[in-house]
Design a protein. Sequence first.
Length: 393
Amino acid sequence: MPYYHTLGQIPRKRHIAFRKPDGSLYHEQLVGIEGFTGPAALLYHLYPPTTVQSVRRVRETPYEADPDKTLRHRHFRTAPITRGGSPTLDRVPMLFNTDIAMLYVAPEKEDEHFYRNAQGDEVVYVAEGEGTLETQYGDLPFTRGDYLVLHRHILHRYRFTKPAKLLVMESRGHVRPPSRYLNAVGQLVEGAPYSERDIRVPRELKTHDVTGEFPIIIKQYNGLNEIVLDHHPLDVIGWDGQFYPWAFNIHDFEPIVGRVHQPPPVHQTFQGDGFVICSFCPRPYDFHPEAIPAPYNHSNVDSDEVLFYASSEFMSRKGIEYGSITHHPDGIPHGPHPGRYEASIGQTHTNELAVMMDSFRPLKVAKAILPYEDPKYMYSWVEGGQGFAPPTS
Ligand SMILES: [Fe+2]
């Protein structure tokens, strides 16, 4: 986590008696990773977090791969995906490997249950919508363009004030700011494209003193499990530490530009194990008088490239639309579409907005996204070729 934070009441020292007004003890809980040595938080509950009344396996959530392994560039459109279901139970898997999975959901309802992913960190890009994430660490309001960084185990529930479309990136490893952005004490350095002031953390802690039956859905062993707790899980009176949910808005990313084209690592926003996440934001173009702002053709050796287009404009692509996802696998070069290279010369700025996830191991396409595929994309670089299938929305 970016830095130490605390909310509510905590005792003067850790692991000492901390009493309620009636003289009984609050219940201390450490939530930390890497075996008591990694980032951690200490939470103080009204009730023990252990009083589970029942457990059950709800269902499996396997990611099934497209059986057609033909190597090709691919294009999927999320816009036609029907709004429906729950933000945590009805996610559509799109691409995945053992390090990272990308899923999409446009929920039509809020959850009654709370949710915890025990097998992965989640970075949730809010493509549309607005609301508040209720967590044991306090409320975290969110809006369009936010990345919500929900480390594994963090209990949460979405509350929407505007209908949402969420791009979920589920990571086997721990998601963090790129290490080159951090100095020896973990502070974001001056040259980083964002600073601590851009990171939003829970600021309002709501403590619920309610008993009853409270279901919690937990993702573990590639499936959903339900436990029923005998009290409201948001019963935290105070906490401190460096393990908590946080948010960062894509428009707070300060683009790094140059006289000539800058490579994608200047757009890096997060680091994971086996992948990176980058933000392509509105920015001035390269300013050498002969600069070609569109990217050169490139072979993404040792990585698969996935782009989610958060606006319908992207400097090097045509035929994509808002909500498009392109997958450029390792093995076939890619680059600007015909005409885009020449047309970019002399342009002064771009309004593109896109989230890129580059995985270091090959990705599989999920069967669930196949109905939304544009099958002609592979040939869209051929002048006078098949071009694109017409948009469906
Ligand atoms: Fe690329």
